[in-house]
Design a protein around this ligand. Sequence first.
Ligand code: TYM
Length: 345
Amino acid sequence: MSETPNTTSTVFTPRVFSGIQPSGGLTLGNYLGAIKRFVSMQEAAFETIYCMVDLHAITVWQDPKELVHNTRELAAGFIASGISPEKSILINQSQVPEHAQLGWIFNCVARMGWMQRMTQFKDKAGKNAQNASLGLFGYPALMAADILVYHATHVPVGEDQKQHLELTRDIAAKFNHDYETNFFPMTEPVIEGAATRVMSLRDGSKKMSKSDPSDASRINMTDTADTIAKKIRKAKTDPDGLPSEAKGLELRPEARNLINIYAALSDQSVNQVLTEYGGAQFGTFKPALADLAVAKLSPISDEMARLMNEPAEIDKILARGAQQAREITVPILKKAYDIVGMIRA
Ligand code: TYM
């Protein structure tokens, strides 16, 4: 632990935290926007902590048995994609109680007005906001606690989480200001690469999402090779050929999305992909994309299926992760309690 409150220049250990909700299957959006980038940060000079945010998932109804299954499947997805429990701390949120404890303090720091501006709440609550859970409304304060209970300095996420990370900084700044400390770091969002916003295969103006009623709109990490190929073949496009520069994709959301997916899967820039495919028709490009997607995703889904045959192994990894995590979170929460004025033994 590197940090001391009430000093003017606190230095924080470079530490990455990120999380995914175990509220259904993993999509290609989760993989490219988040998990694939978690793996590269694991290989860089960071401590890395990755989390299945089960407490966040129950802000909307989850069948308990399915939640258990989905949490294990998400853990399997992390591991199969290259997150190593030897190099990263892998946890489910509820086994590290300091997240929820700091979350309560942040409920008392965050302002109603800030929360009311959160677009994800508006999207998720829909027209019937009166019937949404209080947890769904308070969700971003718990998310801030997930991050700050580790003093995490960097958070890799997709574009849709940007507003929540700005709120995390607002909460840290208000806490530091109100208690005259610099205990919490200003966390940096890491929103980078060609696939920070993977779009629906049926509608280039909508995000690819596990909650879209149309299964054809997304690629699930558990889809078979045939299904992946079929979904890409049927993906909505326009009648034109591919341009040779990124500028030519500006008004073509569906074409841009497929190129972005190709670029992210093959670790190339959009311009590199267009150098190869500029002038080609979708009849040529789609099969190439399908082959690439199957080559990259099939080994992951095979490994996920193998890991899911040994749920006790997954549970053991998560229990060990929780122990490692608490070595970081317990002292940080204790200091936060001291700063706020809570008596403790
Ligand atoms: P969630 O579970 O909705 O998504 C997990 C991660 O996947 C990214 N993502 C996408 N990226 C690109 N294109 C898409 N179509 C796409 N769909 C999803 C998300 O941006 C995210 O990075 N609130 C978070 C979970 C969370 C969290 C945290 C994240 C809770 N606490 C602390 C970071 C740090 C969420 O609902 O993500």
